[in-house]
Design a protein around this ligand. Structure first.
Ligand code: BGC
Length: 453
């Protein structure tokens, strides 16, 4: 880990990185990873098919369907003023066109519970999970997804709109498409289906646009956006034209299909060949959500035609999260927040960091990550970028998709047998940041030296 220097502002006791009034300090969560007993969706089917590589079951997860309020109390104790949660479509519409009033009533109590604690909800309408009936109809590969998603969204806004006006339509369309249709390690398990991965993103963009219009027709003042995962790709050798070109191609293919559709109503060649007509997608966001975790260095390698002649690596000594059961991830790179925020400022809309975190059971990197993310955001805001909030992934340990319980992202550790929570040291740090609306000298003294070891 790099040492901080007096000049970088972090080790100077006199420095105080203050944030604008009203800045959102929150946490991000998702229904399947927290609620427990979601047995009517594609991820449950995936688990039953033995596809969770760790062999774990989601089970009760963090038991939010019964006891989310226990963790809302924890968020309130940390003085957080924001929380991102998702709605489980498979609970709300268990069969096509059938609506579960009890499920909606439970979400009402959750949203009320957050508001009573002074925590503003940001509600995600789709976070990776599909109802089984929707999956059977082809999910986001079938063009019917646009109408079906908009119908669900209309129902939700009518039932919950008095408690929420801040909506994230779709979480990480690029990760959903890449893992499900390119790598094949997530449902529906299609490997190397590159054209379908692009089609899915085109359909998701149209479904997002339909949801945007649906919400605004019922709630004109709503703030509606989506959350894009940005993986930073840099040339391993910045002097190599081939490395730079490849890093740019990987960036365009992985990060940019959906955002470009929202920005311009088009896809660039060659993605335009499969993405379909995106003109209705243009301008459909009131904010941009950015999820930032990793950076990869890219090297040209003629021996790897199947990986676009590229090799991905990290520089020696860079921070890495815990090793999961299968997925190999890059350098943990909260510094990317400033770079990506600058890039998405092209939308001319408010920006929220809708996720950032690290798999770190022993909290060896999380304090450093929180401090570094805070510094990166401060830098972006000082540059005039309209960054309005940070949602740390995550509040307590969550069921981590195909990695099961092997990766621990929580500010609090979760014992899945007893449901006992044990806050990690970084919870206190994050609470101090939220309370001070910035990174104070005292916080720096208490946490940064250990974090930098
Ligand atoms: C996803 C979360 C996931 C997190 C950590 C994000 O890509 O939105 O659901 O838990 O990364 O891997």
């Amino acid at each position: 880990m790099a040492e901080s220097t007096p000049e970088d502002g972090l080790s100077s006791p006199a420095s105080m990185l203050s944030f604008p009034e009203g800045f959102r300090w929150g946490v991000a969560t998702a229904s399947h990873q927290y609620e427990g007993d979601n047995t009517n969706n594609n991820w449950y089917a995936w688990e039953r098919a033995g596809r969770i590589v760790s062999g774990d079951s989601c089970g009760l997860a963090a038991d939010w369907w019964a006891h989310a309020e226990r963790d809302f109390d924890f968020a309130a104790q940390l003085d957080l003023n924001a929380l991102r949660l998702s709605l489980e479509w498979s609970r709300i519409e268990p069969r096509p066109g059938e609506w579960d009033a009890q499920a909606l009533a439970r979400y009402r109590t959750m949203l009320q519970g957050l508001r009573e604690r002074g925590i503003e909800p940001l509600v995600t309408l789709h976070h990776f999970t599909n109802p089984l009936w929707f999956e059977e109809r082809g999910a986001f590969l079938a063009s019917s997804c646009v109408e079906l998603f908009a119908r669900y969204v209309a129902h939700v806004v009518e039932a919950l709109g008095d408690l929420c006006d801040f909506w994230c339509t779709i979480n990480e369309p690029n990760i959903y498409a890449f893992t499900g249709y390119q790598l094949g390690v997530w449902p529906p398990g299609r490997k190397g289906a590159t054209l379908d991965a692009i089609r899915v993103q085109g359909n998701m963009a149209r479904a997002h646009a339909a949801a945007y219009a649906t919400i605004h027709s019922r709630q004109p003042a709503a703030r509606v956006g989506w959350a894009q995962n940005y993986n930073v790709f840099d040339a391993a050798n910045p002097r190599s034209g081939r490395d730079r070109l490849l890093a740019g191609i990987m960036d365009a293919a992985f990060n940019d299909i959906f955002p470009r559709a929202v920005l311009t109503g088009k896809a660039v060649f060659p993605f335009s060949l499969a993405a379909g007509n995106l003109s209705a997608v243009r301008g459909t966001c009131d904010f941009v959500g950015i999820n930032i975790y990793y950076r990869d260095l890219v090297t040209f390698d003629p021996r790897r035609p199947l990986e676009m002649f590229s090799r991905r690596s990290s520089a020696p000594g860079t921070p890495h999260g815990d090793t999961g059961a299968e997925l190999v991830t890059g350098e943990v790179y909260p510094q990317g927040i400033a770079r990506i925020a600058r890039r998405v400022s092209a939308f001319g809309k408010p920006i929220y960091v809708t996720e950032n975190g690290v798999a770190d059971a022993h909290d060896r990197l999380r304090p450093w990550l929180l401090a570094t993310a805070t510094r990166a955001m401060h830098e972006a805001i000082a540059d005039g970028i309209d960054l309005r909030g940070y949602y740390h992934w995550s509040l307590v340990d969550n069921f981590e998709w195909a990695e099961g319980w092997t990766l621990r992202f929580g500010l609090a550790a979760l014992d899945i047998e007893t449901q006992e929570r044990t806050p990690r040291p970084s919870a206190a740090l994050y609470g101090a940041i939220a309370r001070a609306n910035g990174l104070s000298a005292e916080t720096l003294r208490d946490y940064i030296p250990e974090a930098l070891v």
